[in-house]
Design a binder for this molecule. Structure first.
Ligand code: NAD
Length: 260
């Protein structure tokens, strides 16, 4: 379905972003991967995706806290792939603490990576999409872009901001063949939430699996984790012709979390 299209996915060296890279490559889409991690592991992922799906896959280590590296990343994607049709903003970090104990440097890093980096990628990618009259921008927000929880001031401020940015970009691109939407996942088992599972298990004196179940029980009525594959297939759908009129939408995929 996406043959001839090319996607830049920030934060695609692990978790949800990597799952989206796999799903898009399976549809014939070329990729620019981004994110941190062991260089050898990333190269294996890059070359594996390219050979398995017969698509061009590039990698750029741009740091999402550095606007000038983000500008170079978008330019590199366009130069290496030949077009930039799909942009998925997925890079993200977490830190939990009450507001009065929240380290200001963590606030700055979370706002930069989870919110401002998406402004910079969109700012530089939109002219390429407008020139082609086709584009899909998918911002990976969170249920925490829609509702709040304690101890996550920076993350929730950033994700609410990302939902707002999504709506503005949708309005500014309406009718131009470009859509901009936000996916709002509930608990999804990746490295990002592992410290919270460990902390919950320790607090309750139970094992990791029981800690995960306790986390789910508190917020996610299905009591099941959202899978990376489910999120990836939602992204594929948003790139399909059937989704051409879905724009400016924050889309929860959260086992009922935000229905409460
Ligand atoms: P993850 O830790 O597996 O992935 C995060 C990715 O971001 C990695 O590729 C990492 O290298 C990259 N990254 C971090 N800092 C970066 C930086 N400065 N520059 C470039 N890349 C950087 O976690 P994940 O759960 O896959 O998270 C992906 C996105 O999904 C995040 O935006 C997160 O907020 C969001 N999300 C996750 C959940 C969940 O339950 N896991 C729920 C809702 C939303």
């Amino acid at each position: 379905m996406l043959e001839g299209k090319n996607a830049l996915i920030t934060g695609s060296t692990s978790g949800i972003g990597l799952g989206m890279a796999r799903a898009l490559a399976a549809q014939g889409c070329g990729l620019m991967l981004n994110g941190f991690g062991d260089a050898d592991v990333i190269e294996k992922v890059r070359s594996g995706l390219a050979s398995e799906h017969g698509v061009k896959v590039a990698y750029n280590r741009a740091d999402m806290t550095r606007p000038w590296e983000i500008e170079a990343l978008v330019a590199d994607a366009w130069a290496q792939l030949g077009s930039l049709d799909i942009l998925i903003n997925c890079a993200g970090i977490q830190h939990t603490a009450p507001v009065e104990a929240f380290p200001p440097e963590k606030w700055d890093a979370i706002l930069a990576i989870n919110l401002s980096s998406s402004f910079h990628t969109i700012h530089h990618a939109l002219p390429h999409m407008k020139a082609k009259g086709w584009g899909r921008i998918i911002n990976i927000a969170s249920v925490h872009g829609l509702v709040a929880s304690v101890n996550k001031a920076a993350y929730i401020a950033a994700k609410h901001g990302l939902v707002g940015l999504t709506k503005v970009v949708a309005l500014e691109t309406a009718g131009l063949g470009i859509t901009c939407n936000a996916i709002c996942p509930g608990w999804t088992r990746t490295e990002l939430i592992e410290p919270q599972i460990v902390a919950r298990a320790q607090a309750l004196g139970v094992d990791i699996e029981e800690g995960g179940r306790a986390l789910l029980a508190e917020k996610q009525p299905s009591r099941q984790f959202v899978s990376v594959e489910q999120l990836a297939q939602l992204a594929v759908f948003l790139c399909s012709p059937a989704a051409a009129q879905i724009t400016g939408a924050p889309i929860p995929i959260d086992g009922g979390w935000t229905a409460q």
